[in-house]
Design a protein around this ligand. Structure first.
Ligand SMILES: *Cc1c(COP(=O)(O)O)cnc(C)c1O
Length: 233
């Protein structure tokens, strides 16, 4: 395994840079989050030692089990999966950002917990741009109300919007789901609502569709398989 992760990380970084250049964008404007679900801690440590700076977990239990074993390595941890309200207090101490805020009640919970910890937590509003029933996120038409609710909370900082691209063999369909998120981001930023002016980020694009996401304006791609290989689970 050693060396493998480093080489794949270099390859994905090159892929992101090539996608940005092809879209006439600055490669430095697209950051990489490594989705580390199901990976042994040793492999995750290897990735951080090879230069990965932002990690993402999508399951609370796995985060709580593994995060303490990474505490000695400098990195940023984001939560990127569906978050149950009753897990907020356990999850929050281990993350700097929650990308999967999909309801105002969850935002309120996060705000309260962040306030108790005396810090500000970064969040993204997750939008279900594909309309697929298997995906979480607010329906697109509820994006503005959700971001306004987040923007009004003192202990959360809205960084932008997050989506999972459409599961379709047709690149035009996938591209449309990303373009939709970019349009919603523009609407949020133009709203003038408190706490939304700086919410410019777009977390979108994974191993299979990051080129389409970068072309549509992604500022953060979330990659697992392309760096770690296929998951068993
Ligand atoms: C697993 C995961 C990813 C990465 O997906 P890959 O196809 O393995 O690159 C991105 N975002 C979320 C929310 C995930 O759970």
């Amino acid at each position: 395994m050693t060396g493998d992760v480093r080489a794949r990380l270099a390859r994905i970084t090159a892929r992101i840079a090539a996608a940005a250049e092809a879209a006439g964008r600055d490669p430095g404007a697209v950051s990489l989050l490594l989705a580390v679900k199901t990976q042994p801690v040793g492999v995750v440590r290897e990735a951080v030692e090879a230069g990965a700076t932002v990690l993402g977990h999508n399951r609370a239990q796995e985060l709580l089990r593994t995060a303490p074993q990474l505490a000695d390595l400098p990195h940023e941890m984001h939560f990127i999966g569906h978050l149950q309200s009753n897990k907020v207090n356990q999850v929050l101490p281990w993350v700097s950002c929650v990308q999967s805020v999909d309801r105002a009640a969850l935002a309120t919970r996060l705000d309260n917990a962040a306030g108790r910890e005396g810090r500000v937590v970064d969040v993204f509003a997750q939008v279900n741009t594909s309309g697929e029933s298997t995906k979480f996120g607010v329906p697109p038409q509820e994006t503005l109300p959700l971001t306004f609710a987040i923007g009004a909370l003192p202990n959360l900082r809205l960084r932008g919007l997050m989506t999972i691209g459409a599961s379709s063999p047709d690149p035009a369909v996938v591209r449309a789901s990303f373009a939709h998120l970019a349009d919603l981001r523009d609407a949020v930023a133009a709203s003038g609502a408190p706490g939304t002016a700086e919410a410019r980020e777009l977390s979108m694009g994974m191993s299979g569709d990051l080129e389409l996401a970068v072309a549509a304006g992604s500022t953060m791609v979330r990659v697992g398989t392309a760096v770690f290989g296929p998951r068993e689970a």
